[in-house]
Design a protein around this ligand. Structure first.
Ligand SMILES: [Zn+2]
Ligand SMILES: [Zn+2]
Length: 234
């Protein structure tokens, strides 16, 4: 342990308490409180399925998203995960991502290998938001997944072009129209064929669809999706 641990203690991503100095990234009892995505999941977005006999969740059956496969870490219904992601986004406590990202990578690395992806592409935030917060939370997640998954991060290919209207009051179709104009891929200079889109939260999937459309428009053949939290199949 270093002196730095005493000055800037790490915090537990579940209870947010300061951890004792050392390598530990979560309190032992808090580990059990994470509501992992488990059991049968949607092949396309990684959402836990209501009906284990189905291949896709209801949302993906209805919309056939442009991404080709997905996995998610925890259920968005978990208040701990929601609070953790909020802390990362608004209170600049990026270190809270260390445990969940390492844990997620460990759980999915064998499956991700099958995707043979050449890059992790974080969902971009608008430059003004990045400036305000000092970082993009999706990029912070991608950076932490990169080493254990053995896939480099490319945060330059996809850009957020314009501001979007607030999404909450829009229908799914209107959301997608609203978002489609918001993302652009600046070509495909590295000639990627398979990439993994990384986001913090996937609810309707509209953001990921808009990003995957932009990437495929730039010539990427397969786009996969990794998220830290995902909504329910309903
Ligand atoms: Zn804790
Ligand atoms: Zn799905």
């Amino acid at each position: 342990m270093g002196i730095i641990d005493w000055i800037y203690p790490k915090h537990c991503p579940v209870c947010l308490d300061a951890l004792p100095p050392g390598d530990r990234l979560i309190c032992a009892p808090c580990r059990k409180k994470i509501r992992y995505v488990r059991g049968a999941v949607c092949y396309l977005c990684g959402k836990p399925l209501k009906d284990a006999g189905e291949e896709f969740c209801r949302g993906c059956r209805a919309r056939r998203p442009s991404y080709d496969g997905g996995l998610s870490y925890a259920e968005y219904s978990s208040k701990y995960i929601r609070r953790m992601l909020y802390e990362v986004k608004y209170h600049r406590n990026r270190q809270l991502l260390d445990f969940p990202c390492a844990d997620f990578a460990e759980r999915i690395k064998d499956r991700v290998r099958w995707w043979q992806a050449e890059a992790l592409i974080p969902v971009p935030v608008h430059p003004s938001k990045r400036l305000l917060r000092g970082y993009n939370q999706a990029e912070e997640i991608a950076k932490r997944l990169s080493k254990p998954l053995g896939v480099p991060v490319d945060a330059s290919m996809l850009r957020r072009t314009g501001k979007t209207r607030a999404q909450k009051e829009l229908t799914a179709e209107a959301r997608l129209r609203n978002l489609s104009a918001a993302f652009a891929a600046g070509g495909n200079p590295k000639g990627y064929r398979r990439v993994i889109l990384v986001d913090d939260i996937v609810t309707t999937g509209s953001t990921a669809i808009a990003c995957a459309n932009a990437l495929k428009g730039a010539g990427v053949r397969n786009v996969y999706l990794l998220s830290m939290a995902i909504g329910r199949d309903e």
